[in-house]
Ligand binder design. Structure first.
Ligand code: BT5
Length: 249
């Protein structure tokens, strides 16, 4: 199957993920849907994704189910990181488990991969990607956690079409790497996770937050943690809060 870097540009949609899922059958494998704004951009667990004009809101179509669902997140995060490393290498963007790209202590980008079901089974994955590109300071303050944008960091507006084109190329690049060599995809992604070896606050979706040390990450993307009493276990789902003195180890 040939994969192209075809991009479909939209003005405003509810959510590029919803649009790509609704049009999944007619979109090519490896296509990217990009919108100027979203009226119902969403994150995990029904959270809102702040989506005014000036940013990247994109959804990548994966029809080849080459591994664990989390491998789709790895592809997407590595692609965003590669664009950032080309554009603003001096700002040291990094992957924050499970689905964020951070610069310093602030969130710049989030990824949300959602399955598409056809005939009762998984037919593909839509990888939604939001990146704060030309978002001004006053918009950042509306977000419920510390966030940043490339405009804030560089004082320079970036052409969104060029950003989208680069993103599409890198998405297809890491997608092909994943299809051909999942272990390599994992090791590239693991190398960009700065939290390994540090103590963090873990926030399970419906439980109490607790501190633990991240020992490593398994190939299917689960955190391997050690609690203060020495218990070792896996943390598969939830959020991680960086403890201020711990980052950058
Ligand atoms: C995510 O969820 O980080 C995944 C976000 C994926 C958004 C893209 S945009 C294109 C595609 N279409 C969609 O509808 N979604 C995808 P999560 O880890 O649950 O983080 C959500 C949290 O991030 C919110 O509760 C806020 O605290 C914060 N947030 C919201 N908007 C933000 C923004 N523009 N920049 C930084 N942080 C934001």
């Amino acid at each position: 199957m040939e994969r192209g870097t075809n991009i479909q540009y939209l003005k405003s949609v509810d959510s590029t993920n919803t649009y790509a899922a609704d049009h999944f059958d007619s979109l090519n494998d490896g296509a990217l849907v990009v919108a100027e704004t979203q009226s119902s951009g969403h994150g995990r667990l029904g959270r809102k994704w702040h989506s005014p004009r000036g940013n990247i809101y994109a959804s990548f179509v994966m029809k080849d189910l080459f591994g664990e669902p989390f491998h789709a997140t790895m592809v997407s995060s590595l692609a965003v990181l590669s664009v950032l490393n080309d554009l603003v290498p001096e700002h040291g963007a990094y992957i924050k488990w499970p689905n964020d790209i951070f610069i310093g202590e602030r969130k710049l980008s989030g990824v949300l991969c959602e399955g598409v079901i056809r005939g009762g089974s998984l037919a593909g994955i839509i990888c939604g990607i939001g990146v704060n590109v030309n978002l001004p300071e006053e918009e950042l303050s509306k977000i419920g956690q510390p966030a940043t944008s490339l405009l804030t960091l560089t004082k320079c507006k970036i052409n969104l079409k060029i950003f989208a084109e680069k993103l599409a190329v890198y998405l297809n690049w890491y997608y092909i790497i994943g299809i051909n060599d999942r272990k390599r995809l994992f090791s590239l992604w693991r190398a960009e996770n700065r939290l390994i070896g540090t103590r963090v606050m873990l926030l399970p979706p419906n439980g109490t937050a607790y501190e633990a040390r991240i020992r490593d990450i398994s190939e299917d993307g689960k955190l391997q943690i050690e609690e203060d009493n020495g218990n070792q276990k896996e943390f598969a789902c939830g959020d991680v809060k960086i403890l201020p003195e711990q980052r950058g180890a």
